[in-house]
Design a protein around this ligand. Structure first.
Ligand code: NAD
Length: 261
């Protein structure tokens, strides 16, 4: 006999769930924070931009309990350890981790400076590892834990002139699958989403470049580009009870771009 699922009204809700979000001061991170807050989660917000983090926390506090604010640079081991400790202590544990902190950079293998390569991999890939490393002991104590990492469509198709960025996101997809296998016995689900072009501060320079915009509009099969809410809704699904049998997937959110037609 199949087990009775929670009612529909509960399957996409996060009431009682405690979530740590990195990159929370960014375009996608903010949309996830607002969506989780609306879904009933309590939040700990992590980003290296403390000013924007505090402004977001203030605006969320008007609607519900004040989020924990834990500024940290994800490349710094001690800062990450302190932020995760602060989050878990303030929330009374952790059920959800979303890794959205990241940067992008232009450059092919030929034109990328080795120091710039290392700096990008340090943030996007090693930074995500460090946060997971610190958070997993807390997630193991949850009875319903989920991790979602914001990867990119470039890990699936290879971004032109984005060698370091694509490699970092490919690493995140592999890390997601590896963590999903390691943590499945503990009931911790681990997934990634792979967005295409999303309007955020990261893509603001591209939005001002008509030639680049012609390219992205043509490469995206659906007749519009993505918004942060498109990502936040998919992340909500992946951390909510609705996806309770889903682990180890990398979900393209790209308006069909990876189809490559
Ligand atoms: P964004 O620039 O608005 O946000 C990124 C956030 O990460 C910023 O708040 C920044 O302060 C933070 N950050 C960067 N380095 C950090 C560090 N070392 N420590 C702590 N915080 C740090 O960009 P976004 O578009 O919201 O991007 C969020 C995630 O989504 C990134 O991982 C990005 O690669 C990914 N993504 C974005 C797009 C897009 O089109 N915008 C597409 C695919 C994937």
């Amino acid at each position: 006999m199949p087990r009775a699922p929670p009612p529909l009204s509960a399957r996409f809700r996060l009431d009682g769930h405690r979530a740590l979000l990195t990159g929370a001061a960014g375009g996608i991170g903010e949309a996830i924070a607002r969506t989780f807050s609306e879904a009933g989660a309590s939040l700990a917000l992590v980003d290296r931009d403390a000013v924007r983090l505090r402004a977001l926390a203030r605006s969320l506090s008007t609607a519900g309990p004040a989020p924990i604010v834990a500024p940290a640079d994800v490349t710094r081991v001690a800062e990450v350890a302190r932020a995760v400790r602060t989050a878990a202590a303030g929330l009374g544990g952790l059920d959800i981790l979303v890794n959205a902190a990241g940067v992008t950079a232009k450059g092919s293998v030929a034109t990328t400076d080795p120091a710039a390569w290392r700096a990008l991999l340090d943030i996007n890939l090693t930074g995500t590892f460090l946060v997971c490393h610190e958070a997993v002991p807390h997630l193991r104590r949850s009875k319903d834990a989920a991790v979602v990492t914001i990867s990119s469509v470039y890990s699936l198709i290879g971004g032109r002139d984005r060698a370091a960025y694509s490699a970092s996101k490919g690493g995140l997809d592999a890390l997601t699958r590896s963590m999903a296998a390691d943590l499945a016995p503990d009931g911790i689900r681990v997934n990634a989403v792979n967005p295409g072009f999303i309007r955020t501060p990261m893509t603001a320079p591209t939005l001002r470049d008509p030639k680049a915009m012609r390219f992205f509009r043509a490469a995206t099969l659906l007749p519009r580009l993505g918004d942060p809410q498109d990502v936040a809704d998919a992340v909500l699904y992946l951390v909510s009870p609705a996806s309770r049998f889903v682990t180890g997937i990398c979900l393209a959110l790209d308006g069909g771009r990876a189809l490559g037609r």
